[in-house]
Write a protein that binds this ligand. Structure first.
Ligand code: FES
Length: 154
């Protein structure tokens, strides 16, 4: 069941729209913010509240890379995997992240602290190569900048 807080936040989105299913992405983002990721139970909770089927919601979620349908770490690192970042050093920064965290793309570090995921252009091409950690964008990256950034996350 959705918590009172989750319901309140989704209802506030609903004020703008007549049909409940038009806020399904926002509703999934809200619940994900509270729970870290969207389990099958979370999808069922949202679907009951919005009057949609879990399959309909799941279908939307699979097209949206920022909705996590698998357990993720405390912090999610999204590595931009698009052309400007490829040109400006994507390979190097990805390799450094993989080595530092001892994981591959799609995996979570052993202590559950970081999950590393690829994402299409994050709109920071002028600062390529770039990543997002949680909701913060970091650009103009090199190995030492990545070390400094990772040290900020507890
Ligand atoms: S290509 Fe990486 S931010 Fe646009």
């Amino acid at each position: 069941m959705l918590t009172e807080e989750e319901k309140k936040e989704i209802e506030s989105e609903l004020k703008e729209y007549e049909q409940k299913n038009t806020v399904c992405i926002e509703a999934m983002k809200i619940v994900q913010r509270h729970r870290g990721w969207l389990s099958d139970e979370a999808i069922r909770d949202i679907s009951e509240f919005l009057g949609m089927t879990p399959e309909e919601l799941d279908g939307v979620a699979t097209f949206y890379s920022l909705i996590f349908r698998k357990l993720v770490g405390k912090h999610v690192i999204l590595v931009c995997d698009s052309v400007s970042c490829w040109v400006m050093g994507y390979d190097k920064i990805l390799q450094h992240l993989k080595t530092r965290l001892a994981i591959e793309l799609g995996e979570t570090s052993a202590e559950g602290k970081f999950t590393l995921l690829p994402v299409a252009c994050i709109g920071a091409c002028d600062e390529a190569p770039a990543i997002i950690i949680d909701n913060k964008v970091y650009g103009n990256l090199d190995e030492s900048k990545i070390d400094d950034i990772l040290a900020q996350y507890k």
